[in-house]
Ligand binder design. Sequence first.
Ligand SMILES: C[S@@+](CC[C@H](N)C(=O)[O-])C[C@H]1O[C@@H](n2cnc3c(N)ncnc32)[C@H](O)[C@@H]1O
Length: 234
Amino acid sequence: MTSEPVDSAAEPVDPTVVSRRLARESLGQDDPTGWFERLYSAASEGDAVIPWDRGTANPLLVDWVDTAEPSGAGLRALIVGAGTGWDAELIADQGYDTTAFDISPSAVETAERNHPDSKATYEVADLLNPPAEWHRAFDLVVEIFTVQALPIALQPEATAHVGDFVRPGGTLVVIASARDDDTPDDAIEGPPWPLTRAAIDAFTGPDLKLIQLNRSPSPSAATNYRWQAEYLRD
Ligand SMILES: C[S@@+](CC[C@H](N)C(=O)[O-])C[C@H]1O[C@@H](n2cnc3c(N)ncnc32)[C@H](O)[C@@H]1O
């Protein structure tokens, strides 16, 4: 019997390994968002895999579109932490004038490369310091897995900015991993830091109301749960 040399390059890459290492380094340097650019940049060189890139829109956002049947003609949408652009494309296809932003320039480049004929506009921006002109400027705001990608101490500020983008009469859709309210913050070894029910309620305000909330098993692991929340501003 002959033994074959192990070709490590042929081993499948565990998509979480590189991202976890980059996140740990970044958080250790008190730079909670720097690892996103390093990860997207490494992925564009073929040295990493983006763990959350499904190559399609989020199934819960697809469900929302199928149920709500939104008609975006003449309306503006904002996609928060848009990553590689699949959710932005789904929303732009509903007729919304769609802006999609991410803190990582390489994510924006990847989204533009993925979708060369896109009707969406991709931009670099920071949810923690967004452009002033986005204040209450959008008829539809979609936030998927961005707030939970930030350390818990930063989540209230990020959550407040997400809600602030919604104009009167506008809708906010939030999709996030769920955690039980009685799981203490320090028991979570993020990223991600999944959202409690209280964190879902924190998107509301005096005139931004939670109108629908579902909690369903994650397609990837039935022991994990996902929130799908819809809010409406009076
Ligand atoms: C877990 S990924 C989710 C990406 C995408 N929403 C999805 O569901 O596939 C979080 C995204 O948020 C972006 N992000 C993290 N912090 C951000 C910030 N402060 N402002 C804008 N984008 C941010 C990251 O670069 C990354 O693309």
